[in-house]
Design a binder for this molecule. Structure first.
Ligand code: NDP
Length: 434
């Protein structure tokens, strides 16, 4: 605890996993040997660096860059970069820890890592973003590589940023090493369906959970928080499955549209204009409302998909959702539900899909991007989405079967934690004390 003093989110994520492991170590006591669990909780490497850059007014700015290379027992470190003013080492460590388990659960040969900066991209010009990304990569590049560490996007890092980061990586290394980064644009080695993958994947996962109770999205009211990459493509797939999205948000507040959220308009506002979600009401008119601040979880719904950020859905929010008759909750974001919220859903018997399972479609498709890069190939959208759908269905079934096997049917948290832990533990055990 002292070693990770102040790293609240990391403690929260680690505690959640460790609480699930009692029955697995009782069955496999060898996992308690050789400090395996302690080693699993200690990142293999943490890199912290200065990122100096010059803004459009000619002023020098300083940010802090991070990369936590958490665990490489199953493959090269893999996980996104987050640019957000709230970023600190504790947040990156929690994300790297989660990522390690998520990647193991995907069944693909990737270890876990995460990185980012406390840089705030909001309101910055394209030139400023480019200069920041170039400076960030000027330090980070020496730690990356297709066999070493492969970053991708996360909050505040989308296609534009990945382009600038990859451009600088290519320039510094003098290598066109496409597999050193994922989330790339299609013309320079990206994968079709990567942009859609996390949101689509989370929706597939929730759909599988619903199917275990002979339910579906069809005709159901759905609330999706956020309006970024994950939220937008979750909404797209939910609509395709017949669900009606009644609310979405950004950090300033939320929009309720009882006619069903107009996704094209959300894409125009967020992906093209890069404006605030509040604009939705002005552009759409009709019955749409914007509520500043407040909790989006007050909006009654059948399915909730928190897809913005960590700890955005509290115990109180969960109680409201349960009262309003929610039947399923799928975490599009990483750890968006507080431990109290997760307990409230489980106590009420609500289907609950934890992020490390439900949002694994993004990283899984990143691994497919690496496969395409390695074979100098480019798959069709349908081929890639079919692989994504199969991976999500496997993840769902693995969690459900593991939960059954350990006497906790329907507990996807336990199933996800145990199934991923066993895979990492087997590899770590085989590789010796390193
Ligand atoms: P984006 O930057 O594209 O979108 C983030 C969205 O969440 C925005 O609407 C943003 O609003 C909102 N948001 C961010 N921070 C806060 C905050 N502190 N309070 C309230 N709202 C906030 O990020 P992504 O969609 O890529 O990521 C969303 C979540 O999904 C994160 O938890 C991420 O780790 C997780 N995830 C992402 C994957 C991916 O492939 N992109 C893969 C797996 C998980 P605003 O614009 O106002 O800041």
């Amino acid at each position: 605890v002292r070693r990770n003093a102040g790293d609240e989110e990391f403690h929260q994520a680690a505690q959640e996993v460790l609480e699930s492991l009692g029955s697995v170590v009782a069955r496999h006591p060898q996992y308690l040997d050789k400090a395996l669990i302690q080693r699993l909780c200690e990142p293999e490497r943490q890199i912290i660096f200065r990122v100096p850059w010059v803004d459009d007014a000619g002023e020098v700015r300083i940010n802090r860059g991070f990369r936590v290379q958490f665990n490489s027992a199953l493959g090269p470190y893999k996980g996104g970069l987050r640019f957000h003013p709230s970023v600190n080492i504790g947040i990156i460590k929690f994300l790297g820890f989660e990522q390690t388990f998520k990647n193991a659960l995907s069944g693909l040969p990737i270890g876990g890592g995460k990185g980012g900066s406390d840089f705030n991209p909001r309101g910055r010009s394209d030139d400023e973003i480019m200069r920041f990304c170039q400076s960030f990569m000027t330090e980070l590049y020496r730690h990356l590589g297709e066999y070493t560490d492969v970053p991708a996007g996360d909050i505040g890092v989308g296609g534009r940023e990945i382009g600038f980061l990859f451009g600088q990586y290519k320039r510094l290394t003098n290598r066109y090493e496409a597999g050193a980064m994922t989330g790339k644009g299609l013309v320079y080695g990206g994968s079709r369906a990567r942009k859609e993958a996390t949101g689509y994947g989370a929706t597939y996962f929730v759909n599988s959970m619903l199917a275990t109770k002979s339910l579906s999205f069809d005709g159901r009211r759905v609330v999706v928080s956020g309006s970024g990459n994950v939220a937008i493509y979750a909404m797209e797939k939910i609509a395709e499955f017949g669900g009606k999205i009644v609310a979405c948000s950004d950090s300033a507040g939320y929009v309720v549209d009882e006619d069903g959220v107009d996704l094209q308009l959300v894409k125009e506002i967020k992906e093209v204009r890069r404006e605030r979600i509040e604009e939705y009401v002005r552009l759409k008119g009709s019955r749409a409302r914007f509520i500043q601040g407040g909790s989006i979880w007050d909006v009654p719904c059948d399915v909730a998909m928190p897809s913005a950020t960590q700890n955005e859905l509290t115990g109180k929010d969960a109680a409201t959702l349960v009262r309003n008759g929610v039947v399923a909750v799928g975490e599009g974001a990483n750890m968006p539900c507080t431990p109290e919220a997760v307990r409230a859903f489980q106590d009420a018997g609500i289907l609950f899909g934890p992020g490390k399972a439900a949002n694994a479609g993004g990283v899984a498709t990143s691994a497919l991007e690496m496969q395409q890069n390695a074979s100098r190939d480019s798959w069709t959208f349908d081929q890639t989405e079919a692989r994504l759908a199969a991976i999500m269905s496997d993840i769902h079934d693995r969690c459900a079967e593991t939960a059954d096997d350990y006497g906790a049917p329907g507990n996807y948290v336990l199933g996800a934690n145990i199934a991923s832990f066993v895979r990492i533990a087997e590899a770590m055990d085989a590789l010796g004390v390193i």
